[in-house]
Write a protein that binds this ligand. Structure first.
Ligand code: UD1
Ligand code: MG
Length: 508
């Protein structure tokens, strides 16, 4: 609608959540709840959007602003503060300066959205706007028929015998009664107020000015404008949802979990439709901002979070959790990996049991295997770190082989230091690289070496305790032990053998 102003109410505390965090900040499929109403508002507004914040205003403002950052499309958004949360009517009234000022015309109509109704679909609201225009109503509201309407405001319609629960959905709407203010007869009404309204400009703020807090909660109810419109002889129309689930208002953790389940199901449906295979969709968790390429296969119990992007023909096995990762095409990620803010290029192999922490780049065709942890490390094309290693603050060249048990000793207790390994270096098992250190290209490091100095290219580095072999020593010891010499004693004289065992030099 060309001149549609939208108000999103997001100032409430959400007492029924029993949370330290404002209700609209709770996440659903990885997005703060407020994002759902905000995104909808921006797609629909022809004028501008006012978001009313109050409880934990700074945090809610931050979430709104970060959602807007980088988004060019959509209506301008103004954040207004409701200093005291005196009710939904009072909340909407705070948005008036955004729309009614000396300059410019007031919007022809307003769309008002509760910030806690995340399942609402754009097509439904478009339909509501059409109904509003075609019915010539002053107020048009969305309703739902629920098996269990408790907690919601009830829609009271006119019947031949007065207002009652048996009124048909076509009868005139008289008023909305909040659950706490409703009579037993009104509580029996199954048609509820979803909290989505279209209201004519000119009427909305004039009516809100007159709302009074005469109710069980002592609040200024937005819903009172329905009764006011009816009393002024204005038309009020109501559109029942064909899918009542869309009207779910999230007031409790139970409802939060219900919304989460519905949205996750929708997200999975979209990716299945787009050509992603899920071996077991019900155990596959994909957050709202994730993107996945065609012919990628997700095994059971995969969790994809944040802004993770996965390419095509990639396979992700069970128990993998990825957060804000970028994964290329034809990558294989074996079971039970925790990957965060890592980039994994085409044809790389990861896992099983790999931990990639922020700042990791695994280049094309590289391999990271069993029990390897990496952080801020660039692993070159075709390089391999297949077993039991810690690689932190390192740049590792092309085709490098990192032997089992290699550790970059990057932290001296105060500062972190870098390790640089040139192309085609071979690092033997159980090597420690004490950073800062640079290993020239093509070098071979012998197993068990502790590297403390830079190494030129194409060298051999070996730094380990020389080996001592004593022929027959073990057999003699066994014989002595079987003759009752206490364990720990030695083949010849206990002192001599124990020095040999401890590796001290023995005279020959
Ligand atoms: C509201 C409706 C109820 C409807 C239900 C649908 C009113 C009086 N009642 O009840 O008829 O069935 O939604 O889900 O409107 N808010 C503010 N400032 C406030 C109070 C609330 O911004 O002072 C915001 C909240 O953050 C929330 C929205 O308004 O996003 C609705 O508030 P909530 O307390 O959840 O209202 P309900 O009791 O659910
Ligand atoms: Mg609510």
């Amino acid at each position: 609608m060309a001149r549609l102003g939208v108000v999103v109410m997001a100032a409430g505390r959400g007492t029924r959540m029993r949370s330290k965090q404002a209700k609209v900040l709770h996440r659903i499929a990885g997005r703060p709840m407020i994002r759902y109403a905000l995104d909808l508002a921006r797609r629909l507004a022809g004028h501008s959007v006012a978001v009313v914040v109050g409880h934990q205003a700074d945090q809610v403002r931050e979430v709104v602003e970060s959602a807007l950052a980088g988004q060019r499309d959509g209506a301008p958004v103004h954040i207004v503060e409701q200093k005291q949360q005196l009710g939904t009517g009072h909340a909407v009234l705070q948005a008036r300066p955004v729309f009614v000022s000396g300059r410019g015309k007031e919007p022809a109509a307003y769309l008002i959205l509760n910030g806690d109704t995340p399942l609402l679909q754009e097509a439904t609201v478009q339909e509501l706007l059409r109904v509003h225009r075609s019915s010539g109503a002053t107020v048009t509201m969305l309703t739902a028929m629920l098996e269990d309407p408790s907690g919601y405001g009830r829609v009271v319609r006119r019947t031949a015998g007065g207002a009652q629960s048996g009124a048909p959905a076509s009868a005139d709407v008289l008023k909305i009664v909040e659950h706490r203010d409703a009579t037993p007869e009104e509580r029996a009404i199954r048609e509820i107020n979803v909290g989505t309204y279209v209201v004519d400009g000119g009427f909305l703020f004039a009516a809100l000015e007159k709302v009074e807090p005469h109710n069980a909660q002592g609040e200024y109810y937005l819903t009172d404008i329905v009764d006011m419109a009816v009393k002024q002889g204005q038309r009020v129309s109501a559109m029942p949802l064909s899918d009542p689930d869309e009207g779910l208002g999230v007031n409790t953790r139970q409802q939060l979990a219900e919304a989460e389940a519905v949205i996750r199901q929708q997200i999975r449906g979209r990716w299945l439709e787009a050509g992603v295979t899920m071996v077991d969709p019900s155990s596959t968790w994909i957050e709202a901002d994730v993107a996945i390429g065609k012919d990628t296969i997700l095994y059971p119990n995969v969790t994809l979070e944040g802004r993770t992007v996965i390419g095509e023909d990639t396979t992700v096995y069970s128990g993998v959790r990825m957060t804000d990762c970028v994964v290329g095409n034809r990558v294989e990620i074996l079971d039970h990996c925790v990957l965060r803010e890592a980039q994994i290029d085409d044809e790389a192999h990861i896992g099983p049991f790999v931990h990639l922490r922020p700042g990791v780049l695994v280049r094309k065709n590289a391999k990271v295997g069993n029990f390897v942890e990496m952080k801020k490390t660039d692993l070159g094309e075709g390089a391999k770190a297949n077993h039991l290693s810690y690689l932190g603050d390192a740049t590792i060249g092309k085709g490098v082989n990192i032997g089992a048990g290699t550790i970059t000793c990057n932290y001296d207790g105060t500062n972190k230091h870098r390790t640089v390994i040139g192309d085609h270096v071979f690092i033997g098992s159980d090597t420690q690289l004490v950073a800062p250190v640079t290993i020239g290209a093509g070098t071979v490091i012998a197993a068990g070496t502790t590297v403390t100095q830079d190494v030129p290219s194409d060298s051999l580095v070996i730094a380990r305790v020389p080996q001592v072999n004593r022929a027959g020593w073990a057999a003699k010891r066994r014989a002595l032990l079987s003759n009752g010499v206490p364990a720990g004693d030695t083949p010849s004289k206990s002192r001599k053998a124990s020095t040999a065992l401890s590796g001290k030099k023995k005279k020959r």
